[in-house]
Design a protein around this ligand. Structure first.
Ligand code: C2E
Ligand code: MG
Ligand code: MG
Ligand code: MG
Length: 284
């Protein structure tokens, strides 16, 4: 096609591709530096019980304070991090920060309810046996009970390298870490395998929650996912709740938990702490 469009066009395409390749290489180098300089931080999006409207936990979401480009969202770097394998180190750093944060909350806000912090892990982590020990080391170092952490993994992780991933997830799970299937419904359907994996929570992808506003089919799809999860003994979290209507529908359908801009954006540590302090009676 480029040939057909003439030589000039071909050249433009090539230099654009070169530019993209260079940009990626630059991000890769910068990511490596960011890990060393600890430029990553976490934002915390509150997760609520839809029934009682109580705060039940947070999802930790990585952010990059880039020395030149400023504050970056995951969309600006996660793909390159995945492709270069640097995502693994980023995930461990995120888990470390989350554990330190929980430890701090235990001491300062005196959390006295079973608060859980969800941490996202790349699917590629579950191809390697070492991940089991690496995770354990991090929460042991923070002197935390593994029950306060929930690992979120996208649906794909449950499909790729099936037996290895399953075996590794089972070990992490038997150590006491809870597991959440993230973005459910966006991958290739893993319906037939879902029940064989150790996971207590299923998170419905935002794209389905969006459908609840005006599409009858949306209600059917979400209701089916919720029933499936419940039949498998799993809790359900709806992600990306933005409207009252979506919330009302989800309550009707028996969805237990939710997060989304309707309740709160992901919050910096300080604001998450303030929110927590409001919910938790301080005991001395
Ligand atoms: P995710 O795990 O599905 O996280 C939910 C994303 O939806 C977050 O985007 C969150 O800010 C956004 N969100 C929450 N509520 C709403 C809403 O009501 N409306 C809309 N439009 N969006 C909402 P964010 O923080 O940009 O993260 C994007 C993705 O990056 C995450 O999707 C997750 O897959 C990945 N990610 C974030 N942190 C980490 C990490 O530490 N490790 C790994 N491997 N992936 C991470
Ligand atoms: Mg997630
Ligand atoms: Mg998600
Ligand atoms: Mg999502």
């Amino acid at each position: 096609q480029a040939k057909q469009a003439g030589k000039g066009c071909y050249t433009i395409l090539t230099s654009q591709m070169q530019f993209q390749a260079l940009e990626r290489m630059q991000i890769e180098v910068e990511l490596q530096e960011a890990l060393e300089r600890e430029e990553f931080c976490l934002y915390y999006q509150p997760i609520f019980s839809l029934k009682t409207e109580e705060l039940v936990g947070f999802e930790a979401l990585v952010r990059w304070q880039h020395p030149k480009k400023g504050f970056l969202q995951p969309s600006a770097f996660i793909t390159v991090a995945e492709e270069t394998g640097l995502i693994e180190a980023i995930d461990f750093q995120s888990l470390k920060i989350a554990c330190q944060q929980i430890e701090e909350w235990k001491n300062t806000v005196k959390v006295n309810f079973p608060l859980v912090v969800n941490v996202n892990f790349s699917a590629r982590q579950f191809h390697k046996q070492e991940v089991v020990e690496q995770i354990k080391e991090i929460y042991c170092q923070a002197k935390l009970d593994p029950g306060v952490i929930k690992i979120e993994i996208t649906e794909t992780a449950f499909l790729e390298a099936i037996s290895t991933a399953k075996h590794i997830l089972e070990q992490i799970h038997s150590d006491g870490i809870q597991i959440c299937v993230d973005d459910f419904g966006t991958g290739y359907s893993s319906l037939s395998r879902l029940h064989t994996f150790p996971a207590e929570t299923l998170k419905i992808d935002r794209s389905f929650i969006n459908l609840l506003d005006d599409k009858v089919e949306g209600i059917t799809i979400v209701s089916t996912i919720i029933s499936l999860a419940h039949n498998l003994g799993m809790d359900v979290v709806a992600e990306g709740i933005e409207t009252k209507k979506q919330l009302e529908k989800l309550k009707e359908l028996g969805c237990e938990f939710g997060q989304g801009f309707l309740f709160s954006q992901p919050l910096p540590s300080k604001e998450a702490t303030e929110l927590l302090a409001k919910y938790v009676p301080i005991r001395i």
